[in-house]
Write a protein that binds this ligand. Structure first.
Ligand code: HEC
Length: 148
């Protein structure tokens, strides 16, 4: 008799633990969804916006930047930088379109800061790439608008 009571108690507490776990997961999933669908503005600090690109317009930097871009960035940003890489479909928010006016009109410093810091699926490249490599990438990205 005592054992049976114990068993029922165990079953109930097990069931409520499962329900509670599912409840929590639903909350987390909702939260993640809400964050993902809201495309929040991504504003670099003024000090980053003012940073000068040491390679601006440099032909060799564009060449090196393109090599890095093909290796690291095209899976998401696509071959032409339009944000249509093979991994793009599964991402939220979508990878930025580097040919867009929004990206082309921001300062080199702003783009450099974003790719250094990262946000969401766009990881931080601070550790993966050197300063020079990140500036070379920005120099290359700034040539993509003209190809439209
Ligand atoms: C895993 C997919 C992925 C990879 C790989 C990736 N990005 Fe991104 N990138 C994103 C996403 C997603 C965003 C939009 C992030 C947001 O708005 O929160 C983004 C945004 C950016 C932006 C900001 C655009 C803007 O000006 O608002 C820059 C710059 C950028 N990426 C550069 C790069 C570079 C350079 C590489 C390669 C070194 C790279 N990304 C690799 C997914 C990726």
């Amino acid at each position: 008799m005592k054992n049976k009571k114990h068993a029922i108690y165990l079953k109930t507490s097990f069931a409520s633990t499962i329900f509670f776990a599912i409840f929590c997961l639903t909350l987390i999933a909702n939260q993640a969804n809400a964050q993902a669908t809201k495309s929040k503005p991504w504003n670099p600090p003024a000090s980053a916006i003012e940073l000068k690109n040491p390679f601006a317009g440099d032909a060799n930097a564009i060449k090196e930047g393109k090599k890095l871009y093909v290796t690291y960035c095209t899976p998401c940003h696509g071959n032409s930088g339009k944000g249509d890489g093979i991994a793009a479909a599964s991402l939220n928010p979508k990878p930025a379109d580097h040919t867009s006016d929004a990206v082309q009109s921001e300062t080199d410093g702003a783009a450099y800061w974003k790719l250094t810091e990262g946000r969401g699926p766009m990881i931080s490249y601070k550790q993966l790439l050197t300063d020079n490599q990140r500036w070379q990438l920005v120099t290359y990205i700034k040539t993509l608008g003209k190809k439209k």
